[in-house]
Design a protein around this ligand. Structure first.
Ligand SMILES: Nc1ncnc2c1ncn2[C@@H]1O[C@H](COP(=O)(O)OP(=O)(O)OP(=O)(O)O)[C@@H](O)[C@H]1O
Ligand SMILES: [Mg+2]
Length: 371
């Protein structure tokens, strides 16, 4: 028999574990619904206890089938891949689920126990990995090609400049040389961008101040979109400490995202930048101490991105802009990865887009706290 002390420990475990634990009796009535189950399903303990599991999760057949299979077979069954939990008022959640029969001391079946794990963070990481693989394959090819193109391009530009000098000042043909020079410069900018993307340069770590970086960018951006009515709003969590980062790279990252947001606005709108520390994720530092993350959101109420295009925006050269290179976001992705962070995009066509950058708050070098 379990002692009272034992039972207390069991309850504490169930209350603190980060997996949803749901127990059912033989009639499929819910007898236990721990806090993680409440957080994952969006249902309170009161809404769940004493209710029929089949009724509460009606229509979610893969989940119901898993429970039925475990009970019929009298053994544990799991699905780690394709269960999606549909929830009232929140986004569907990918989950890994295992169901085990609950056995009495004599070995007869007394119900079932479900354990669910939230896979959304894992899926984000997988997606980030797929994107970075795609980039590194392309990178090798592109870097070689870019080098090959740069030299002849320089030759073409030089020849066009000489031709321009040879032509009489008033010659209408000078319009053509001007186009040649301008366009070679444009190709050169693209090549430079591509080389930057594929270059294997290590970041220069120092202590960075996020508020200063964002403030400086906004100061300049406010003057760039003169004819558009764009409100730039900055909502910073003041408790964000200095952390390890490369200021030049982080400036490039946020500048690209803020420019994209502003460019997505046709006539008038807003670009809101907010930051907060998130305690739910952390990165383990040497010595086992956890580093929390800061998440910076860049939100606009511009055109938005269609669902089928959302996967493609990080692919080099994908652009929908007349003069865009399509290298902005792949570069952002690279910078975030160099900082051991994550970059995510969500969008509602017609309503706007939000990019979120999550960076680990690793103590700066020389602070005596970190590496
Ligand atoms: N905030 C946003 N709102 C709507 N669409 C966006 C947003 N950010 C990016 N996009 C889409 O993603 C595409 C790729 O963006 P990316 O920054 O990589 O290149 P670009 O902005 O087109 O070119 P460049 O950055 O070289 O000027 C854009 O062309 C646009 O279609
Ligand atoms: Mg861009």
């Amino acid at each position: 028999m379990p002692t009272q002390e034992n039972t207390k420990v069991h309850i504490r475990v169930l209350e603190n574990i980060d997996r949803a634990v749901i127990a059912l009796d033989n009639d499929g009535i819910i007898t236990l619904f721990n806090p993680a189950a409440q957080a994952m399903t969006g249902l309170s303990e009161r809404q769940a206890l004493g209710k029929s599991f089949n009724v509460l999760f009606k229509g979610q057949s893969p989940l119901l089938k898993l429970v039925a299979t475990a009970l019929a077979a009298g053994r544990s069954v799991s699905n780690h891949e394709d269960i999606t939990l549909y929830r009232p008022l929140s986004q569907p959640l990918p989950a890994s689920v295992s169901v085990s029969p609950l056995l009495t001391e004599s070995g007869s079946c007394d119900g079932a126990i479900l354990i669910l794990r939230d896979l959304s963070r894992l899926q984000d990481l997988e997606q980030a990995m797929r994107q970075s693989e795609r980039l590194s394959q392309l990178g090798t090819l592109a870097a070689g090609l870019a080098h090959e193109i740069k030299n002849p391009l320089g030759g073409i530009k030089g020849a066009a400049q000489l031709l321009d000098l040879e032509l009489p000042k008033e010659s209408p043909l000078r319009e053509y040389t001007a186009v040649m020079i301008r366009e070679t410069e444009r190709v050169n900018t693209i090549i430079e961008g591509l080389l930057e993307l594929t270059r294997d340069r290590q970041p220069k770590w120092a202590g960075v101040n996020l508020g200063k970086i964002l403030g400086d960018i906004l100061l300049l951006q406010k003057t760039v979109y003169g004819e558009k009515q764009i409100d730039f709003l900055l909502d910073l969590d003041p408790s964000i400490p200095e952390f390890r980062g490369d200021e030049a790279l982080l400036t490039q990252l946020f500048l690209n995202l803020i420019k994209n947001a502003a460019e997505a606005i046709s006539d008038s709108g807003f670009v809101r930048i907010s930051s907060k520390i998130v305690a739910d994720y952390h990165l383990s530092l040497p010595g086992g101490r956890p580093a929390p993350f800061v998440t910076v959101e860049i939100r606009d109420n511009g055109t938005g991105i269609a669902r089928e295009d959302l996967e493609r925006i990080f692919t080099p050269f994908y652009t929908t802009k007349h003069l865009g290179s399509g290298l902005g976001l792949p570069l952002c992705q690279k910078i975030v990865r160099q900082h051991d962070g994550m970059l995510k995009a969500a969008s509602e066509p017609g309503s706007g887009t939000v990019f979120s950058v999550s960076l680990p708050l690793i103590p700066p070098p020389g602070s005596g706290l970190g590496e």
